[in-house]
Design a protein around this ligand. Structure first.
Ligand SMILES: [Fe+2]
Ligand SMILES: [Fe+2]
Length: 334
């Protein structure tokens, strides 16, 4: 951390304070002032393991901009300011940091769950699958160290939910837990098939996202999407394993339909009971995590309401006392 003083992380930034820290430049944009005579300023999105913060360089932006490399670490010196709903860094200095001085892992968010523990849980679930072909498929994937390593390390998203290293495995296990509960309620649900679909529905994310300095889409991921990439990955395995034909279609249908609606990226809508349950379980896990993440940041900021969330198109209410003070009165009771 040469010359950067005490490092402040994004989540620790407070209005008015001076900052001298190392961040990764996630994005940059040279923007024109409304008054063209004033030239341009440089807008940046700086990231570390705890989040992203917007930053601006007001002076000499056109000269600095070409030397600011995206997805590389930079030492940023400036002041934290409040702008609209959030915090921004007003930068005075921005200088590159030798890559040997920092480790990319330090800038990526990591999930709370231990990867070995998740691998053990996946292994335990796999051993509950009695259908021999599905069991063989899961075993072939879990014994593939490259696959398992990538599955345990990949995030489940760039931003919205489980967007941290280990997020894919964590999300897949959550979805598996939900579908197993549904299998207990509905014995007509094919438990082994739905469990297999829950664990594998998002495997395409291994190739859809990259996670070197920041979590970002790969070119292949942006062009094809994880639904199709996951279909490809599993279809190849099915061919290699001489998988039963109809069961193979049913499993691939789970992968292709798990987003539920064409407008949410599903090439086909769920047409089996297993697919309907999986699509809802997937949404439940993703949506719950999304609310949880947004409310947690309100918790840290001690605010009653969250800032407006553009993805959910609403404010979320954290409240102040958990609703346990005062006495409820019917609206209009005076
Ligand atoms: Fe998905
Ligand atoms: Fe998912």
């Amino acid at each position: 951390m040469s010359g950067a003083g005490r490092r402040r992380r994004v989540a620790e930034l407070r209005p008015g304070e001076r900052v001298d820290s190392i961040f990764v430049v996630a994005r940059k944009a040279l923007c024109s002032f409304r008054d063209p005579a004033r030239g341009c300023y440089l807008a940046l999105w700086l990231a570390d393991a705890t989040g992203q913060v917007k930053a601006r360089v007001w002076e000499g932006a056109s000269e600095i901009a070409p030397s600011v490399q995206v997805e590389r670490p930079f030492r940023a010196v400036g002041t934290v300011e409040v702008f609209r709903d959030g915090l921004e860094l007003n930068l005075e200095r921005l200088e590159p940091v030798a890559e040997g001085d920092v480790h990319p892992e330090d800038f990526l968010p990591v999930g709370a769950r231990n990867p070995d523990e998740m691998a053990a849980e996946i292994g335990t679930l796999c051993r509950t699958v009695s259908e021999p072909s599905l069991r063989a498929l899961l075993e072939s994937l879990l014994s593939d160290t490259d696959f398992l390593g990538a599955f345990l390390r990949a995030p489940a998203a760039k931003v919205i939910h489980h967007a941290y290293l280990g997020g894919l495995a964590e999300h897949s296990l959550e979805v598996a837990t939900v579908v197993l509960t549904m299998a207990e309620l509905y014995p007509s649900l094919d438990r082994d098939l739905t469990l297999c679909g829950a664990l594998l529905h998002d495997v395409g994310k291994i190739h859809e996202l990259r996670y070197d300095w920041v979590i970002e889409y790969t070119d292949r991921g942006r062009l094809l999407g994880h639904t199709v990439l996951g279909y490809q990955l599993i279809a190849e395995r099915l061919t290699a394993l001489a998988f039963p034909e109809e069961l193979g279609y049913r499993l691939l249908h789970l992968i292709l339909s798990h987003h539920g609606e064409p407008s949410w990226g599903a090439p086909v809508v769920p047409q089996t009971l297993e697919a309907a349950v999986l699509a809802h379980a997937d949404l439940l896990s993703g949506r719950t995590r999304q609310f949880h993440r947004i409310l947690q940041s309100a918790e840290e900021q001690k605010t009653t309401w969250t800032p407006y969330d553009r993805v959910l198109e609403r404010y979320l209410y954290r409240g102040t006392t958990g609703g346990r003070q005062g006495r409820y009165q019917e609206p209009g009771d005076g």
